[in-house]
Design a protein around this ligand. Structure first.
Ligand SMILES: O=C(O)CCC(=O)C(=O)O
Length: 367
């Protein structure tokens, strides 16, 4: 069984046992009578994830824990709290502890494309805190932080593996958070896979392709294969399955998106490489003057993404859960939204603050 470990605020030391001391390095203020400088974590089995036992508001209120929570995020790439009762300002205050672009007017994701999804995103943002977007499935009654009532449906009837925003932003969101307000009795799990494991599984020939490649993304969705690992190929069913969120975009000319190295060298923590491919948004892969596109590219992407399955985790939401993950290291997908029970409301708050770093590829490549 995983042991609870405690990350000390400023020293960033990880101890195998619980400790209530501040190690002489941190602000000795106390919360509920105990020292505030130790972050209690329960690491998950597998390559990523940890449950944080220290309540989120205690972390936000204790400056000596801020470095500790950033270190925990870099070490585990996904942190999860349960039983939280958070106001929008609490969620935002926490997300501002992680790397982001804090400049006025920063474009927090998702931005979307006018006439496709941009208006739908704008409609589901919390008016006074527009960094927060409502996600889910079902009827949202009036009174939820001022968002107008209406039927929310942000899923797709298929899986779609991706990482948030790198198809549309030069400096994509580093962290995404989801805070669970309510669930439907059936359906609505979120899937995660480790993009570092996907990179590790590449053979030499595949590394030869991906290590020095750039990917040109589009900001327009395409219909996906049910595996979520690739788009539909030429000649496969032309029926659109992108879901109501993207329905207006299917079949239209593709809006150009961002271009990034295919492989990201993670700047913090372990310095490992990751391959966070997003097949719904991929347009072209360019390497040494050669371009892969269309079916050839999609089949290659599907082949390598499928190998991430050994790191797959299915997250079943409970109201009060807050999960934050690193978009540079992990891929995620909703489960198909045709598996929901009709009753109830799946409602989550999502925050994707604008990033402050452009992805960097291996330094052995001339770009
Ligand atoms: O709702 C979910 O479970 C995940 C949603 C998602 O993948 C997204 O909107 O980026």
């Amino acid at each position: 069984m995983a042991a609870i470990i405690r990350v000390l605020g400023l020293a960033l030391a990880v101890h195998a046992a619980r400790s209530d001391t501040c190690d002489g390095t941190c602000d000795a203020r106390t919360i509920n009578g105990s020292a505030a400088c130790g972050l209690e974590l329960l690491p998950w089995d597998g390559s990523f994830g940890a449950t944080v036992a220290t309540p989120m508001r205690d972390i936000v209120d204790a400056p000596c824990l801020h470095d500790a929570v950033r270190a925990a995020f870099a070490a585990h790439r996904l942190l999860r709290w349960s039983g939280e009762a958070l106001a929008p300002d609490d969620e935002l205050a926490f997300m501002k502890l992680l790397p982001h672009d804090g400049s006025p007017g920063a474009a927090h994701g998702p931005q979307g494309v006018a006439g496709v999804d941009a208006e739908k995103y704008a409609r589901w943002r919390v008016p006074a805190r527009d960094e927060i977007l409502l996600q889910g499935e079902g009827f949202v009654p009036a009174g939820h932080h001022g968002v107008p009532e209406g039927h929310l449906s942000s899923g797709k009837p298929i899986k779609e593996w991706h990482t948030d925003g790198h198809y549309e932003a030069r400096e994509p969101s580093i962290a995404t958070s989801m805070y669970c307000v309510s669930v439907k009795p059936v359906g609505g799990d979120t899937l995660f896979m480790d993009a570092r494991v996907i990179y590790d599984e590449l053979d030499d020939a595949e590394r030869g392709v991906f290590d020095c490649a750039d990917i040109e993304y589009s900001r327009s969705p395409v219909s996906m294969h049910s595996s979520g690992y690739r788009a539909l190929l030429e000649g496969e069913s032309a029926a659109s399955n992108v879901g109501s969120l993207y329905a207006e975009g299917a079949g239209r000319a593709r809006a150009p998106g961002a271009t990034h190295p295919a492989v990201w060298v993670l700047p913090d923590g372990d310095g490992r490489r990751s391959l966070p491919l997003a097949p719904m948004w991929i347009d072209k892969l360019n390497i040494n003057g050669t371009t892969l596109a269309g079916d050839e590219l999609q089949l290659l992407v599907a082949k390598v993404l499928a190998r991430g399955e050994r790191s797959l985790k299915t997250y079943a939401w409970t109201p009060g859960d807050f999960v934050v993950w690193d978009n540079r290291a992990l891929l995620h997908s909703a489960t198909p939204n045709d598996g929901f029970s009709p009753e109830g409301l799946r409602l989550l708050h999502r925050i994707r603050l604008a990033g402050n770093l452009a992805p960097v590829g291996p330094d052995t490549c001339a770009r």
